[in-house]
Design a protein around this ligand. Structure first.
Ligand code: ADP
Length: 460
């Protein structure tokens, strides 16, 4: 079997502290890398005054990680710039927030060259190279330019946007063309794959036949590979002392009230303000529910060097203050808004205590919180998942209450319906959802992608 090299912007192997703190993706990739003597390569997150190109190799949790530092200009132009101020908003349909600055695209290109040149000496002839996400779209082109013939796959964790959106990107053809230097390009859903196919047909002078996409005179393979959570690990974490403590603490503080929970990175794509306004609508429409429910929103700080993230933080705090000011009583606050990070096992305990999981992103590649919420439920008395139709997860999780997150009325009505749902219906929906989350887990995702990449030839 070939050795696997995973390349991602940040390298995040499970720490020795283990399960409670590491993400499912990290766990799944780490498991594969341990089995195959693989390497995980990427940016250390550190910057130096000028770029050195030095590699630091270490073993973390049994995985060989290879890290390089970038320089401060790289952080600003590539990471905060093209990745997080241009591609992220654009791919999440926020053309209004997307910034197009020449220095950003130059920085993006430069860092992709740096990734290629630093990785090059580590590559052996039989290695499979698997590149993760929008930070590194041009990496295969830079590797091919340096003579790399290995099979190289790419997986996009975020949405591929509709053609009318993607074509607002200056020099979009150049970026799209670089995807054709991969042997396999994976998307989260068939919808995103189809959006790419549509672009290829109309802008690339090509088309898609089965899994082969041809454009700009070159062919690659494309497919949908929906990512999952590490189901076994997540379910096991529910029995941890941390999960049990968090669960007990929430139930004690709930004081018999029903709990609606939201857990998200603080990002404009997550639709938090719309969610709060929909919840306010629910309170206004259902006065009998006042003082009988509360919304706990846990929002992890994220990308706070980018202005748009500071703006969303301020507007969310204002909306929370206004709603709480209007509705709170002496012993009830309708929204508990917690702006900090938590251990994953604590989150498992919080999900389990909840009657409703409110997952209403305006756009999302997949959304793993929806899957974690389902995995954490007690099958005898499960909570209800409300899920945005614009999350990739909605394709698979059809037994959730699927809503349009832009419609306050619709979300408010779904909250009412979820809180009133009879046990028998909750159990029926949960069984179907949890079966899917268990089966289509992150290990299945990884194995599916790697097997497909192994089977692909670089000379399609
Ligand atoms: P994204 O990758 O855009 O942040 P996902 O829903 O796909 O969205 O994944 C988010 C991951 O981050 C989940 O595994 C979730 O448990 C974790 N997470 C979200 N909020 C927090 C928080 N406050 N503390 C710790 N982990 C969090």
């Amino acid at each position: 079997m070939s050795r696997l090299i995973v390349v991602s912007n940040r390298v995040n192997p499970p720490s020795e502290a283990g399960v409670g703190t590491s993400g499912g993706l990290a766990m799944a990739l780490a498991a594969a890398l341990r089995e195959d003597r693989g390497i995980w390569f990427g940016w250390s997150g550190q910057t130096t005054e000028s770029f050195t190109g030095q590699l630091s190799m270490q073993k973390v949790g049994g995985v060989t990680v290879a890290l390089m530092d970038l320089d401060e200009q790289d952080r600003q132009e590539y990471y905060n710039g093209y990745a997080n101020k241009t591609l992220w908003p654009l791919f999440h349909y926020r053309v209004d927030l997307a910034a197009y600055e020449r220095s950003f695209s130059e920085g993006y290109q430069r860092v992709n060259v740096r990734f290629a040149e630093t990785l090059l000496p580590l590559i052996e002839p039989d290695d499979l190279i698997w590149v993760q996400d929008y930070h590194l779209i041009p990496l295969a082109s830079e590797l091919r330019r340096r003579g790399v013939k290995n099979r190289i796959g790419f997986f996009l964790h975020i949405p591929w946007p509709a053609r009318g959106i993607f074509t607002t990107l200056p020099r979009h053809e150049e970026l799209a063309r670089t995807l054709f230097d991969y042997d396999l390009v994976g998307f989260q859903t068939e919808d995103f794959r189809d959006a790419f196919a549509d672009y290829v047909a109309h802008e690339g002078g090509g088309g898609v036949l089965g899994e082969e996409a041809t454009a700009f005179g070159v062919t690659t393979r494309i497919g949908a590979f929906p990512i999952g959570i590490d189901y076994a690990e997540f379910v096991a974490s529910i029995d941890s002392p941390q999960a049990e403590a968090a669960h007990a603490r929430i139930l004690a503080s709930a004081n018999g009230r029903k709990l609606i929970v939201g857990v998200d990175r603080l990002d404009y794509s997550k639709g938090l303000e719309d969610r709060f306004l929909a919840y306010e609508q629910f309170l206004a429409d259902n006065p009998d529910q006042l003082e009988r429910v509360f919304l706990l929103q846990i929002a992890t700080p994220s990308r706070d060097e980018v202005d748009a993230y500071q703006d969303i933080r301020a507007s969310l705090e204002a909306v929370t203050g206004r709603i709480n000011g209007e509705y709170s009583t002496m012993d009830w606050v309708p929204i508990r808004y917690v702006h900090r990070s938590h251990r994953r096992d604590e989150l498992a305990g919080v999900y389990r205590a909840a009657d409703v999981g409110l997952v209403t992103p305006l756009r999302d590649g997949m959304n793993l919180v929806a899957k974690e919420f389902v995995a954490a439920q007690d099958g005898e008395d499960p909570g209800v998942l409300i899920l945005s139709r614009f999350a990739g997860a909605a394709d698979q999780m059809t037994e959730a209450l699927i809503v349009n997150p832009f419609s306050r009325e619709e979300v408010a009505e779904a909250i009412r319906q979820a809180l009133a749902m009879p046990l028998e219906e909750r159990v029926r929906r949960w069984r179907a959802l949890s079966e899917g989350v268990r089966r289509d887990d992150v290990v299945a995702w990884r194995e599916g992608f790697v097997a497909r990449l192994e089977a692909s030839r670089s000379d399609v």
